[in-house]
Write a protein that binds this ligand. Sequence first.
Ligand code: DX5
Ligand code: ZN
Length: 227
Amino acid sequence: MIDPGPIGARRIAPSILAADFGVLAAQVQAVDAETDWLHVDVMDGHFVPNISMGPPVIKSLRPYSQRFFDCHLMMSDPGRYLEAFANVGADGVSVHVEVGGTSALLRDARDLGMRAGLVLNPETPYDAVVPFLGDIDYLMVMSVHPGFGGQSFIHDVMDKVRWARRDIDEGGLACDLEIDGGIDLHSAPIAAQAGANILVAGSAIFAQPQPLAAATAIRQVAWGDVS
Ligand code: DX5
Ligand code: ZN
């Protein structure tokens, strides 16, 4: 497993969902200098109404990047595929709390040598993830309805980010806080201010004429530095 870096570090996670799959490795390498984690959206056409990519794509991409592969499993039955993800070089997998069986999924992911993340949809109450905060490596708050890139940021989920940041800090928990969906130059500082330390961005990076510069700009507006 590739080292995810220190808990709480400020990270940009470009989402390859918005990349050109025909030249995926080149797209990933073009933003490598601004990539802390690489966000890989896996959609099964069941949990979400869209299909994206799975283990074969991760396997093909693995030789081209040394970054932590943050695999977001938008799947109704992620447990069935955890071993396949571990085998192709997924470093972390996040499972949706809405699919249930959370404790077993988190344990199985870790037993397979991966970091374990938990995700909640915009309409899912924060209380649903609270029992697991001590057992996860990262919490990811969805700021769009999962399934598609390029949607508008849902401001209402910022309360959940604030509550999670409070609980992580007050509890001294070894847990990163990630936000996914609609992150751009306007929303990135809002999410960072609310307490997210990992910003996923797809369209705001890969749909731009200069993806690397776009990622630098997101980091800059979020945290005021380019390091
Ligand atoms: C949405 C995905 C997101 C998506 C974000 O289902 O989970 O990771 O790639 O894309 P943007 O940044 O375009 O909202
Ligand atoms: Zn995602």
